[in-house]
Ligand binder design. Sequence first.
Ligand code: ZN
Length: 356
Amino acid sequence: MTAATGRPAVPSGGSGRGVDATASTGGSSLGAPSDERARALAAALVAALRSGDEARFARGFTAGPMAALGARLWRNWRAMPVADIVAAGPELEVRWASPGEAVPAGERLAVLVASDGAIGALRGKGVTPLWLGDEVTFTPGVRGGTLASTRVPRDVVAGWSSAADRAARHVSARLDAPGWDGALSLVLPADAAAMARATGRPLEEAAGTAATTVASSSGPPRIVVNVTSVRPDARAGLLAHEGVHVATRSAGSPAPLWAVEGLAESVGTELDRAQSARNAELVRRRVSRGVPAALPTPEELAAPGVDGETAYALAEVAVEALIARDGRAATLAWIAEPTRRPEPRDPLGAYRAALG
Ligand SMILES: [Zn+2]
């Protein structure tokens, strides 16, 4: 049950992890396409998708295993709200947008082509998009949507989809986040191995993560959920936590991690009474050994198991102490734009006073 209650360690940039080879042909002479050829390839794939020309689409792939991958991509990209496929140098970027999303999210693939220009290999860049390795379905939400492996049971997908709508409404009501369109898009891999591929994390770490926000190559981040590890009544709170990261673009934020995670935890636990009670208990247990001398560190927040959970609970206290002292608007504005707003005075003092 550790993974069920554990919060994600750190918002992931989702890059720089090395490339997962996903599919390649047995064919001999493959090479990276010229920029011009990549542009032509992207245009041909988009034209085939838009006109419903499956045969033309299939001609974009070499024979053998790549033909099977081409057939899967045809089904997946027709099922998903694909907005465009563009070339980015020799790479392809697939852009998809859920209902209500102002900008599509782009996911990059490295591509190798045969001498006739057909695709002979495709692989993700650091993270492997779910639709590259799995058959997927797409469930539109009110604002946002859920991309799920077909191996995830339908009732589970429906549960997450409605939790996402609830979380998006809650985060919109609790945060004034300039630049966020109010939409949350989820990605649901079927198991820990697929979660590891979709987040670019080692298997063990992915298995212990309930959900994480993964940056796209362009556009908004996606929330990747470990469906095997979260109890149904914890879904909306978990997604509200991740939704704060999406709304404030936490990945790469210069704000201190305790502030980023404390705000997400504060907004998320409002939808999850059990988590809220557990956090209060973790704080009580920690304070019974003395009031901490410092704010939660990134190392403490990344710790596995109950230590990491306690650090999240303490970060929540730290942010709520600032909100109580300085007001919600000022505290949120600083966390969202720490370089443009004055730093709060003595956050450690406010935190220790709240704990004492
Ligand atoms: Zn978080």
